[in-house]
Design a protein. Structure first.
Lengths: 325, 78
């Protein structure tokens, strides 16, 4: 599908710039040009499609849907799925959390949403497609949704309401089903398009520097680190690799756009895919800044339990990934 | 009559940008309005918004979850 792009990159680097076809620098540059253009094309398409979905399913509608309907256990899966289509911003996570609690949505279901939302979103999907191809992307998306679903269900079973901050408990007591009046914006598609378009450009502009830096670092590593370099340190047989890299990743924070290009190079140079993805999920999904934000609505103990359960699920999915590939 | 504009946001980048846009518009068009930033999460929740930034004009939520465009704001404030 992208052969034409490789030809353009080859033509630019080897013919126009007249660089040698064997040098490290020219290989790195070629990789950089090819990757950047391809990834931005894919990001553009995915963000645009998600923008359309989101325009018809804003988070208020999602909340009302989850609050109103009895879903017999499927609510975790639905919440997780909605987490995918809702664009994630860490600064929105607290209002969102309270909004869900207010709507009478169980804590575990809310957690399902909170886990999946940063892990699987339009930016992550676009990057994954560009860097790893369709098959890996589908597996990643499915496992991200399952991760949110399962950890949400576990957290619900643990009956954690008592560890919420006092004022949130107050909100919980007064929670009502379907209380929020949501005035749906009934615009035809033609009128929505300019808004969606602007949002797409804004998101792309926002992630541009991260992706460029990520790809640049990736490109350098690609050109200079020999194939299979990491294999000697992090082989598939090393059982400790997955938990150690996940636990190292949890305090760190970056969005998907910064980590993924680097993860791709790590995989190309011999780190098992499951280990790399567990690392990435740890970086993107859980972080110290997020814990600080959550401190406003829950006790440290609940944050610790939440992080613990999700970390465990990430480690397990890392092993499963390594097993499949 | 003077309008009361509130910007709801927990202090993220988008919220600051929203504040800047609103302040600019009010100054540029000499609109009679007071601008207040609401950062406390409990106060924000009183307005029932789930995605910030949000803009409230005279106690009515007019924009939520995104940075408003200049044209939109001018329409809303007139």
């Amino acid at each position: 599908m992208f052969n034409w792009l490789q030809e353009i990159a080859d033509y630019l680097v080897f013919d126009v710039f007249g660089m040698s076809t064997e040098g490290h620098l020219s290989k790195a540059l070629n990789f950089f040009i090819y990757d950047t253009v391809k990834i931005f094309l894919l990001l553009f398409v995915i963000i645009f499609l998600m923008g359309i979905v989101n325009s018809y399913f804003p988070v208020d509608k999602v909340r009302n849907y989850l609050s109103r309907n009895k879903l017999f256990g499927f609510e975790y899966l639905m919440a997780s799925f909605f987490g995918v289509v809702t664009p994630f911003c860490s600064c929105s996570s607290i209002p969102l959390f309270i909004g869900f609690v207010k709507g009478g949505i169980p804590l575990g279901v809310t957690f399902s949403f909170l886990v999946t939302s940063p892990l699987v979103n339009e930016v992550a999907i676009g990057l994954f497609l560009g860097l790893f191809g369709v098959k890996t992307t589908v597996i990643y998306v499915v496992s991200g949704i399952l991760l949110g679903t399962i950890s949400g269900a576990i957290l619900q079973k643990l009956k954690l309401e008592k560890y919420l901050s006092p004022w949130v408990k107050e909100v919980l007591i007064h929670s009502q089903k379907e209380q929020a009046v949501f005035t749906a914006e009934k615009y035809p598609f033609r009128n929505r398009l300019p808004f969606i378009w602007k949002e797409v450009l804004k998101i792309l502009k926002g992630i541009l520097p991260y992706v460029l830096i990520g790809i640049a670092i990736g490109g350098l590593m690609h050109g200079y680190i020999p194939e299979g370099f990491f294999e000697q340190y992090m082989s598939r047989d090393n059982l400790w690799a997955v938990p150690v890299s996940t636990i190292l990743a949890v305090p760190m924070y970056s969005n998907a756009s910064g980590v993924l290009p680097i993860v791709q190079v790590l995989v190309a140079k011999g780190i098992p895919l499951g280990t790399a993805i567990a690392f990435m999920m740890g970086v993107v999904g859980l972080s110290l800044p997020e814990a600080m934000l959550l401190k406003k609505v829950m006790s440290l103990k609940l944050i610790a339990i939440f992080f613990g359960v999700v970390t465990l699920c990430i480690i397990i999915s890392g092993y499963i990934f390594n097993f499949i590939f | 009559m003077s309008k009361e504009i509130k910007i709801l946001g927990t202090g993220c980048l988008k919220c600051k940008q929203t504040e800047a846009v609103v302040t600019n518009i009010v100054a540029e068009h000499n609109i009679d309005a007071t601008i207040k930033k609401v950062e406390d999460i409990m106060d924000i929740m009183k307005y029932n918004v789930m995605s910030t930034p949000a803009v409230v004009i005279d106690e009515k939520v007019v924009i939520k979850g995104r940075i408003p465009s200049k044209l939109e704001l001018i329409d809303l404030l007139k």
